[in-house]
Design a protein around this ligand. Structure first.
Ligand SMILES: Nc1nc2c(ncn2[C@@H]2O[C@H](COP(=O)(O)OP(=O)(O)OP(=O)(O)O)[C@@H](O)[C@H]2O)c(=O)[nH]1
Ligand SMILES: [Mg+2]
Length: 174
């Protein structure tokens, strides 16, 4: 049997943005209305047999002092998903800080932005403009346009994770 590719993805974003909810929906097909703050980090594993890949998804608790995230959580990450909450404008402004946090450890990380909670609030023009500016600045790391999702109502996050896996595999095969 051939060996599995191992891909580490880190989830970063403001407090309550929905990082854990997205992981739970993707890995365990569950959604919980209650808020249970992540403490430190929780690592989710998922095997993607058609890509011969084992994913480790590191769901990292938001820390108000960004630099307080231990480097070990970020080291070795080939990809990052930055989650922002459409109902909370500062979480969109802070996308850059979260990208910087991971780029500081791995300058060629593959990244994507997830704008979450579309069931509560659609993306406003103001938010989309802010995100477009971030996209331009980080264009060499970002692998796609932002994903607009609802961890509560959407059932399938395969697309997002497949895109990120493919970008990592393509880069490593160059
Ligand atoms: N309506 C709605 N609620 C959501 C959605 N995603 C997450 N939530 C709720 O928002 C709250 C925070 O979600 P979490 O997934 O715990 O947020 P987090 O980013 O992991 O937060 P930390 O662990 O503190 O960093 C919870 O009460 C979730 O049920 C969504 O798409 N729609
Ligand atoms: Mg969490």
């Amino acid at each position: 049997m051939s060996e599995l590719n191992k891909i580490k993805i880190v989830m970063l974003g403001d407090v309550r943005a929905g990082k854990t909810s997205i992981c739970e929906k993707y890995v365990n097909a569950k959604f919980d209305e209650r808020y249970l703050a992540t403490v430190g980090v929780k690592v989710y594993k998922k095997e993607i047999s058609e890509k011969q890949t084992q994913l480790s998804i590191w769901d990292i608790a938001h820390d108000s002092i960004m630099n307080a995230i231990p480097d070990e959580y970020l080291k070795g990450a080939q990809a990052a998903l930055i989650v922002a909450d459409l109902t909370h404008q500062p979480s969109i402004r802070n996308i850059s800080q979260h990208l910087n946090t991971v780029l500081h450890i791995n300058s060629d990380v593959k990244a994507a932005i997830i704008l979450n909670k579309t069931d509560l609030q659609p993306a406003s023009e103001k938010n989309l403009i802010a995100v477009r500016e971030i996209m331009q600045f980080y264009s060499s790391n970002l692998i796609s346009d932002p994903f607009l999702v609802s961890a509560k109502c959407d059932d399938d996050f395969t697309d997002i994770f497949m895109k990120i896996i493919e970008s990592v595999i393509t880069k490593e095969n160059l």
